[in-house]
Design a protein around this ligand. Structure first.
Ligand SMILES: Cc1cc2nc3c(=O)[nH]c(=O)nc-3n(C[C@H](O)[C@H](O)[C@H](O)COP(=O)(O)OP(=O)(O)OC[C@H]3O[C@@H](n4cnc5c(N)ncnc54)[C@H](O)[C@@H]3O)c2cc1C
Length: 456
């Protein structure tokens, strides 16, 4: 049985915070549909079951009964009611009678809640600190804690974009002197090691934190399967023997600058994405080995302009993106005309079309898309083409020439009235070729344009 319950703004009630302060919370908006406050669900259910003592008509009556139940106890609030809370504001318990103004401070009479009324200090007899001590290998004390806009492990706050603008990622706060000794600059990635593990985050350097103490927020656990910022990789699992309080806020660590090992990166495909990747990657990293495998003989050209190449409006050179000497400058090893036919992600190896095996540390797939050919089309018949690569364009141009017909007598049927079909149609139209477009949808470019724009 599922009963719809009202949310916190949809019902009245009280809330008590950790300084014993009780506040009245008014209902602000109506609950949707048949949703009711939990307490009303309970009393209505009890009434329906013919239980005695549930003849309430409102939440205030329930609260009166709750207050009476506390009479004579240490948390006596028998002097409270919704009426008082609404009219006089919040109260700190105990509030033992109707004119009592609440108790801002407990035990001012030194009568404690113990059998002999005296305060008992549960100090262990043999008191000694078992917290991990710093030494030459782990000379810094790690403190963990919170940042303003995140809560615990960010299950909700981590999904709120606005909250992430405050502090979007984990960091290590460090004193300038400690950072200087480790050659760390603000924003550098550091490895923080303890006897149990390590994390890897950027450093924030200032004089706010004292020397030999570093601070790491505890909110970030595993993110996208990586635990680079998970504080508990390094914290100690020691607990206080009596309170069981964990010693998460104190452990010995060492911090050092992160040095990325040299890696071999293989990029599969030499299209637009791969081109942008190698350029931006090299802006940040001059060290890693970069290899690009291109199934096409011609890498890195402007595919978008293929229609203009087909109509001879542009020469092939106009489509080429690579400037002379650019690959050498970017320090990229290109394998033109060699596709990758197999990937073994466990062994981190790829096999190329010639049969050679290449190992990699990182693999970037930039293989683009393929032309979709409906299965009914007999694509092996002469005169059928797709338009995706230079090879397709050259084949079409060759075929046109071989017909020996002047362009006004040539007729091209384009299957698909989307962006690519129309671009090719426009380019061929310019050289007076007759065009028919076969479009399954009732209008052209139906995915990109609305009805009016599609008619233009
Ligand atoms: C005719 C045409 C006109 C277009 N017009 C426009 C336009 O006007 N505006 C627009 O925004 N977009 C346009 N596009 C789309 C645009 O070109 C693509 O979105 C863009 O090229 C995608 O870049 P990419 O790097 O992901 O893939 P691609 O540029 O397609 O590159 C992928 C490369 O990977 C290679 N490859 C695939 N598999 C392997 C393998 N196993 N081993 C090695 N290499 C492999 C392919 O041969 C190809 O060279 C057009 C596309 C075409 C075909």
């Amino acid at each position: 049985l599922l009963l719809p319950a009202a949310g916190w703004l949809e019902k009245e009630g009280t809330m008590t915070n950790s300084e014993r302060r009780i506040s009245y919370l008014p209902k602000v908006i109506d609950a949707p549909g048949e949703a009711l406050p939990d307490v009303e669900i309970l009393w209505r259910f009890a009434q329906a079951m013919d239980y005695e003592g549930f003849d309430y008509t409102n939440a205030s009556e329930v609260y009166d009964e709750h207050c009476l139940l506390t009479k004579g106890t240490n948390i006596d609030i028998s002097g409270l009611s919704y009426k008082r809370l609404k009219e006089e504001g919040s109260f700190q318990w105990p509030v033992p009678h109707k004119t009592h103004m609440g108790t801002p401070r407990l035990f001012t009479d030194f009568q404690f809640y113990t059998n002999d009324k005296k305060a008992h200090f549960n100090a262990p007899r043999s008191l000694y600190n078992k917290s991990e001590q710093v030494d030459a290998d782990f000379p810094l004390i790690l403190n963990t804690g919170r940042v303003r806009d995140q809560w615990h492990t960010r299950t909700k706050t981590g999904k709120v974009k606005r909250l992430l603008t405050h502090i979007p990622q984990p960091y290590l706060e460090m004193n300038k002197v400690d950072a200087y000794l480790r050659k760390l600059k603000d924003g550098d990635v550091a490895v923080i090691k303890s006897r149990r593990g390590q994390v890897q985050v950027k450093v924030k350097i200032n004089f706010d934190i004292r020397e030999r103490v570093v601070f790491l927020p505890m909110h970030w656990g595993k993110v996208l399967n990586d635990d680079f910022g998970r504080a508990n990789n390094i914290t100690n699992d020691l607990v206080d023997p009596i309170s069981k309080e964990p010693d998460f806020k104190y452990c010995a660590v060492q911090v050092e600058r992160f040095t990325k090992p040299k890696q071999k990166i293989i990029v599969v495909g030499a299209g637009a994405a791969a081109y942008r990747f190698i350029q931006s990657f090299r802006e940040k990293n001059k060290k890693d080995e970069l290899h690009v495998f291109s199934r096409e003989d011609d890498p890195f050209y402007n595919r978008v302009l293929l229609p203009e190449y087909v109509s001879d409006e542009l020469s092939w050179e106009a489509l080429e993106k690579l400037k002379k000497g650019e690959l050498q400058k970017l320090d990229v090893t290109l394998h033109p005309g060699i596709g990758i036919v197999d990937i073994d992600t466990r062994a981190k190896q790829v096999t190329d079309a010639v049969g050679f095996i290449h190992s990699y540390d990182l693999l970037v797939m930039a293989t683009g898309s393929r032309a979709f050919v409906p299965s009914e089309i007999q694509f092996d018949l002469p005169g059928c083409f797709t338009m995706r690569e230079r090879g397709d364009a050259d084949k079409l141009k060759r075929y046109q020439r071989q017909t020996g017909l002047p362009s006004e007598e040539q007729h091209v049927v384009i299957v698909g009235g989307g962006l690519l079909g129309l671009e090719l149609a426009a380019a061929l139209k310019k050289i007076n070729i007759n065009i028919s477009i076969v479009q399954r949808a009732p209008r052209l470019m139906e995915r990109q344009l609305d009805r009016v724009a599609s008619r233009l």
